[in-house]
Design a protein around this ligand. Structure first.
Ligand code: IMP
Ligand code: MG
Length: 191
């Protein structure tokens, strides 16, 4: 696992510190406003599982969770297919009058956040905000409006802390870059 990483990009302590800051920002923006209306967190599965688990514990608010599943990278690839599929959700019956915070692991082409936001907005919530742990320093990501951003990173493929390569490595506690030979060997084995 860890030995498959070429290097660690963001360690677990830095991640934890930054999430505490983001939590404080969200609470100061939404705190009193959502006392009566509540806030619905919408983590995009599966990449944001680790992030949402840590982030929600930094939000001393009336929180509910609604899941949304989307995918744009499929299989043993390190580039987005560009096409975002919504594969179902477990949202509350109504979002009307609710504050919604969409949470994803990483902003890359921006397609996922745009598609999910569109779906949420069609359900008439009171407000919609977006939060990602990582944002790649590329035009498509930087040009996608997003309210809370953990870290801006270079345009490279990363794994760990929920982020996967062909569904592996999500359980790594740090965020890192895979050795090229690990990616090549996996792709060769998959044919
Ligand atoms: P977008 O729709 O292109 O913005 O991509 C967002 C989704 O692609 C994320 O939710 C991730 O699942 C996946 N993704 C993008 N970049 C990476 C990466 O570097 N590592 C792992 N998954 C990624
Ligand atoms: Mg994802």
């Amino acid at each position: 696992m860890d030995q498959d990483l070429e290097r660690i990009l963001i360690g677990r302590d830095a991640i934890a510190d930054r999430i505490a800051e983001i939590g404080r920002d969200i609470v100061s923006d939404l705190g009193s406003d959502c006392e009566s209306d509540g806030i619905v967190l919408v983590p995009i599965m599966t990449g944001s599982i680790t992030f949402i688990a840590d982030l929600m514990r930094q939000l001393p608010l009336r929180v509910r969770i609604g899941l949304m599943t989307a995918s744009s990278y499929r299989g043993a690839v390190v580039e987005s297919s560009g096409e975002v599929l919504l594969e179902g959700d477990r949202l509350p019956d109504s979002l009307e009058g609710r504050h919604v915070l969409i949470v994803d692991d990483i902003l890359d082409s921006g397609g996922t956040i745009r598609r999910v936001r569109q779906e949420i907005e069609s359900r008439n919530p009171k407000s919609v905000r977006t939060c990602v742990l990582l944002r790649k320093k590329i035009d498509s990501a930087m040009g996608t409006p997003c309210d809370y951003i953990g870290f801006d990173i270079e345009n490279e493929f990363v794994v760990g802390y929920g982020l996967d390569f062909d569904d592996y490595y999500r359980n790594l506690p740090d965020i890192g870059v895979l050795k090229p030979e690990v990616i090549e060997a996996h792709q060769a084995a998959e044919g």
